[in-house]
Design a protein around this ligand. Structure first.
Ligand SMILES: Cc1cc2nc3c(=O)[nH]c(=O)nc-3n(C[C@H](O)[C@H](O)[C@H](O)COP(=O)(O)OP(=O)(O)OC[C@H]3O[C@@H](n4cnc5c(N)ncnc54)[C@H](O)[C@@H]3O)c2cc1C
Length: 537
């Protein structure tokens, strides 16, 4: 196990998160190569009362895999990948990214639903559900789980599967990192490619309404082989894009056809009949398509998402208006169809509710630095407000920031949330694992440190920035990177609140995600921990 504190020359490299808007300074980063390492650091962190976060790919847009002054359990060194082509199974360490996964499984012509961006971690992605191009054919990533090895809050190493701890296994299908530190995952695989029909068609902005309506009328009801998205983006200034589209906002349709290419061409004809200005859909290796979008880390990101049960013309108008007025060239707006294999899994078979929703509207603002913050956040929040009348109230948590406990409950629905809370109470009754879209253990007061202390003390974003989910919530003053904004100032030591149950009062405003104790949480006893050079062995 490698222990990294602030004095280590690679501290900044290891603490960096994908979202450049978030700047967190853990007291210690424990780079764990084995489950034994995880159990050891977890035990010491617990004994000392340190805040714990778990980090894999670091892509949590809310920065949930980092913290300020606490311990980060970094599973990236767990990089093993074993593919059994006969059994169509893959067992991968928790530090594997989807780019690595796809490369290894595609050597055998196999794949499972994985991230659309190769640097995304298998661990956080899958534990949060896992939406990818193959989902309408093969379900979400979590639907393909065979087993998960994890280290639980009390340091036990357990395997969860359909026959071993089945209730825990159920909770791992979208319940996030609430139940332990996953150290490896076993997936079922499917024959995919290696060559698939995939790519992007683009139209100029003034064709957006026609394109969006045709897409809406086609994509949800299309065969499950068709993974797709309606994308508002900026056409790159590249030779394969016609000059008149380069650098302009385009309405685009991204597709991956996970079936026979000829059949795919038939299905795509309806889009081609709209006369795209650029048609870049062609046979290509699946692994290459999976690598096409690779956002660099360090840009500022602000995301949200809403499920729509339907997408009438009014909703299309909202989406087109917003898509044509993105705040920056890097920002994108997606409309993704759910349905297919996703919808065939019953509502209560996994924690993820809203499987019958037809669409996910998913704007994500991306910009290079603090100057773009107000515009970026404002654009996302405006779409959220304008689409609210068409949204069903649920959320897919992988696509949103830290939008508060009500959004977490809404994502799971009351019945599934209650069941998750019971599982949480069994496996993590003290809510050690709260660096996530937190599920409060049944029986614990609703406002724990997760809901009151951590996010207010440690969040790089002020309440409401990434994001207070209220449609139209005002942009908080000073939104942007706020290093250690609420960290108590005691010289010479990294400080974390000790009490697990945290804030001494329950917020009457939980829904609006403003902790009334934000200025008084220092009443919670703080303990000096881990001064530089005193990392646990
Ligand atoms: C560029 C980009 C593209 C994305 N594309 C998609 C997409 O196509 N589909 C989709 O569904 N989502 C997508 N996401 C969202 C992404 O799946 C989630 O943010 C996911 O949580 C990231 O996982 P990670 O391991 O990379 O992140 P991390 O930030 O390391 O972890 C995210 C969360 O998972 C927990 N966690 C991580 N590892 C473990 C572990 N081993 N055990 C227990 N808990 C753990 C963390 O504590 C944290 O709460 C994307 C995000 C980005 C930034």
């Amino acid at each position: 196990m490698e222990l990294i504190d602030a004095a280590h020359p690679r501290y900044d490299q290891y603490r960096a998160l994908f979202n450049g808007m978030i700047d967190r300074r853990p007291g210690l980063i424990a780079r764990c190569g084995t489950p034994g390492h995880v159990a050891a650091i977890l035990q010491r962190a617990r004994a000392a009362g340190h805040e714990v976060a778990v980090r894999a790919g670091g892509h949590s847009v809310a920065g949930l895999s980092g913290n300020d002054g606490g311990v980060v359990i970094d599973v990236r060194p767990m990089k093993s990948i074993q593919v059994d082509p006969k059994a169509r199974r893959a067992r991968v360490g928790a530090g594997v990214t989807w780019g690595e996964f796809d490369r290894a499984t595609q050597r055998h012509g196999l794949a499972t639903t994985g991230g659309r961006v190769p640097s995304t971690g298998v661990a956080g992605f899958t534990l949060g559900g896992g939406s990818g191009w193959l989902e309408r054919r093969y379900g979400l990533a979590c639907d393909n789980l065979v087993s998960v090895d994890l280290v639980t809050a009390d340091g036990r190493q357990v395997t969860a599967s359909a026959v071993q701890h089945p209730e825990l296994f159920w909770a791992l299908h979208g319940g996030g990192g609430n139940f332990g530190v996953a150290t490896s995952f076993e997936f079922s695989l499917h024959p995919v490619g290696p060559v698939v029909l995939a790519g992007l068609m683009m139209w100029p902005g003034d064709a957006a309404v026609d394109v969006a309506r045709t897409y809406r009328d086609t994509a949800f009801g299309a065969p499950g082989e068709l993974g797709s998205a309606l994308v508002f983006t900026t056409a790159p200034a590249a030779g394969f894009v016609p000059a008149q589209l380069q650098g302009t906002t385009v309405a685009a349709i991204a597709v991956l056809w996970a079936g026979l290419p000829d059949e795919g061409h038939d299905v795509l004809k309806i889009f081609r009949d709209l006369g795209p200005g650029a048609d870049l859909v062609a046979p290509m290796p699946y692994a290459d398509f999976q690598r096409l979008i690779d956002e660099p880390p360090g840009l500022h990101n602000y995301w949200t998402a809403d499920y729509l049960d339907d997408c009438p013309d009014g909703a299309i108008d909202v989406l087109v208006r917003s898509g044509l007025h993105r705040p920056s060239a890097q920002s994108q707006q997606l409309l993704l169809p759910w349905g297919g294999a996703v919808a065939q899994i019953p509502e209560f078979a996994t924690p993820l509710a809203h499987r019958s929703a037809r669409w996910i509207a998913h704007p994500f603002a991306i910009w290079p630095g603090p100057a773009g913050t107000e515009r970026g956040i404002g654009w996302v929040q405006a779409l959220r407000r304008d689409i609210a009348g068409y949204a069903n109230g649920g959320a897919y948590l992988n696509f949103i920031g830290d939008e508060g406990p009500d959004r977490v409950r809404a994502a799971y629905g009351e019945a599934n949330y209650g069941r998750l809370a019971a599982v949480k109470a069994e496996w993590d009754p003290g809510n050690i694992f709260q660096g996530n879209q937190n599920i409060i253990p049944a029986g614990l007061p609703a406002v724990t440190r997760a809901a009151c202390g951590r996010r207010q003390h440690g969040s790089a974003l002020p309440a409401g920035a990434q994001g207070d989910g209220r449609p139209g919530a005002a942009l908080p003053p000073g939104a942007g990177p706020v290093r250690g904004r609420h960290r108590p100032a005691v010289a010479g030591a990294a400080l974390i609140p000790r009490a697990r149950a945290g804030c001494p009062s329950r917020s009457p405003m939980a829904g609006s995600w403003r902790c009334p104790l934000v200025r008084t949480c220092t009443r919670t006893p703080d303990v000096p921990v881990m001064p530089p050079g005193h990392a646990p062995a």
